[in-house]
Design a protein around this ligand. Structure first.
Ligand code: NAP
Length: 550
């Protein structure tokens, strides 16, 4: 067995990075450029994270690509050209490969390798990580860039693996082409993933059966090809656009308003909503300032969207079943579609309402509902993820005094800024629970978090310090703040993966910071000021500073 950095003569590495998505890629680049010794691990066969795994039909980003891309390199901003406003998965993967080649990142990664445990040695102030193959690596710092949506949920449906036809999980899609022509295809799940699959597969399949439990709100994406003139304009203004994104609530350029819903008369409200619907994207959310805190305002917008569903879907019974009710719009991830509701006008597409007629089990031949069996040739599970904490609780993380992260998080994930936890020295997370996570541009959160960690390591080096972790008090203060904001936000008022409701037995509660990206960046900045006053440090025990260059 080939151990990395653990033989008698080998020095432990400076940093181990886990994850090969945007966060792991940027961390690898950043720490290498600082002159640190690094080793990065990725469970997949290549870089890309969610965009490596999610090759399902219709996979596409729902933030504009000019925002949803690395902001740290003005050179890459100029060299790369997006073809569409909302890039599809193949183009996103091409971008990821371009960046990986441009920065020569792959050589630092061990692919097809999963971490089985991470254990802190308090005496030596060193983490030991062991892979599932039994390989060990030692490092002073652990950076977990494991992503909030990297562990597909095992479908909680009786007999889910019994189906004898073609069966696919959206989040583990094969690399080979899949054909739907002439087949009876079933899709279980109507979140962002299911919606993208349905509109893509519906027109191709012989018949499509959509098994819907909770309908989602979806709005028109109105995707478009980017003209050379537009791209040139963006490239001229990129530095300013990147700076503006950093000061925005979502980490991107989305219309925002300071106007409260009931501050304008009904006809103006309606005209503004109509405009937003025509513009597409997430414009609807930016129409008024209080849509995430005022239930009445929110319900007006929800009813507006229900009206649009009724206008598009020809069969009034199907339209009624597609209309989401009982939870606020935007409390589940708002989906953006190109032809989702139109797909239900095809005679070959059938909506199976699993609230009225629940799924009993998966059989060898298809899906058994209370009303009978639906026979299928292909079954697609778009049933979601063990979000936010799934990847970090998938293996043993043992911190100071033998504390297991699973025990620390038994009643819900605690952290300071989603960057680290009390009791887990030198263990950093990017886009961790209790940061803005799914509510903002994940690439920019990753960049912010990696830059912050780099700053912390530099501070420790400069001051002869060896280990750092948030104090219990600071972590509690942050958690109180996260909870206080969550209680005010309608985002906590639906049963979603945001609040852990999609996984049986998972602690419930919104472990996402809802104060917006700009405020999060400010909070990170404040935490680094005053010599990282919210952290406790251990002095260096003879270890050499890790940083070779500034
Ligand atoms: P999701 O939002 O959690 O949706 C999972 C769907 O599966 C829900 O409709 C759920 O119904 C259904 N489901 C789960 N278990 C079921 C069961 N036993 N029986 C029947 N239905 C079941 O997951 P997702 O669609 O994969 O999306 C997850 C997140 O990924 C999104 O919120 C978004 O952040 C991200 N995403 C983004 C994009 C994009 O950028 N365009 C695309 C895809 C995903 P219930 O709601 O009733 O449980």
């Amino acid at each position: 067995m080939n151990d990395v950095g653990v033989s008698a003569s080998a020095k432990p590495l400076d940093v181990v990075i886990v994850g090969g998505g945007f966060g792991g890629m940027y961390a690898t680049y950043k720490f290498r450029e600082m002159g640190l010794s690094i080793q990065s691990f990725e469970a997949g066969g290549d870089l890309g994270g969610v965009w490596y795994w999610n090759r399902y039909p219709g996979a596409r980003v729902d933030l504009p690509s000019i925002d949803y891309s690395f902001a740290f390199s003005p050179e890459i901003d100029q060299e790369w050209t997006w073809s569409e406003e909302f890039a599809a998965q193949p183009e996103l993967l091409r971008y990821i490969n371009f960046v990986a080649d441009r920065l020569d990142l792959r050589k630092h990664f061990r692919f097809n390798t999963r971490i089985a445990s991470a254990v802190w040695d308090e005496d030596r102030q060193i983490w030991t990580l062991t892979t599932t193959e039994g390989e060990r690596v030692e490092a002073r710092y652990c950076v977990m860039a494991t992503g909030p949506l990297s562990v597909p949920k095992t479908p909680d449906i009786k007999g889910y693996d019994r189906f004898r036809g073609e069966s696919y999980m959206a989040g583990k899609w094969p690399h080979e082409p899949v054909s739907y022509a002439g087949k009876r295809v079933g899709v279980i799940g109507t979140g962002s993933t299911g919606i993208q699959i349905v509109q893509e597969v519906g027109p191709q399949a012989g018949e499509l059966f959509v098994f819907q439990r909770t309908p989602s709100f979806t709005m028109p994406m109105r995707n478009k090809t980017l003209s050379p003139e537009y791209v040139a304009e963006i490239k001229r203004n990129y530095p300013g656009l990147r700076a503006a994104a950093r000061m925005s609530a979502v980490g991107g350029l989305r219309p925002q308003s300071t106007r409260a819903f009931f501050s304008v008369p009904p006809e103006t409200r309606n005209a503004l909503l109509e405009d937003a619907w025509k513009l597409g994207g997430l414009c609807m959310l930016g129409t008024f300032s209080d849509l995430l805190i005022n239930p009445e305002a929110n319900e007006h917008v929800a009813e507006f969207i229900r009206g649009k569903i009724g206008e598009v879907v020809k069969d009034p019974v199907v339209a009624e079943k597609l209309k989401p009710r009982g939870y606020p719009v935007f409390a589940r991830r708002p989906c953006l579609d190109t032809s989702y509701y139109e797909t239900y006008n095809l005679p070959t597409v059938h909506l199976m309402d699993c609230l009225d007629d629940p799924i009993q089990e998966i059989t060898e031949k298809g899906v058994r509902l209370a009303s009978g069996e639906v026979e299928l040739d292909m079954l697609i599970f778009a049933t979601g993820y063990d979000g936010l904490t799934g990847a970090l609780l998938n293996f043993d993380v043992i911190g100071r005094d033998g504390q297991n992260l699973k025990d620390k998080w038994a009643d819900g994930a605690r952290s300071l800024l989603g960057l680290g936890m009390a009791g887990f020295p030198n263990f950093f997370t990017t886009v961790g629970p209790n940061g803005p996570s799914a509510l903002a541009n994940i690439i920019h959160i990753n960049e912010n978090d990696v830059d912050w960690i780099a700053r912390a390591i530099t501070y420790m080096d400069d001051n002869g310090l060896c280990a750092m972790e948030p104090t219990e008090e600071a972590e509690t203060r942050w958690m109180d703040h996260v909870r206080e904001l969550a209680n005010r936000s309608l985002v906590s008022k639906a049963k979603t993966w945001y609040v852990g409701a999609n996984i049986e037995g998972k602690p419930q509660g919104l472990t996402i910071y809802t104060g917006g990206f700009a405020k999060y960046v400010e909070a990170c900045e404040a935490a680094a000021k005053d010599n990282f006053a919210a952290y406790r440090f251990a002095p260096s025990r003879g270890a050499q500073p890790v940083r070779k260059t500034a």
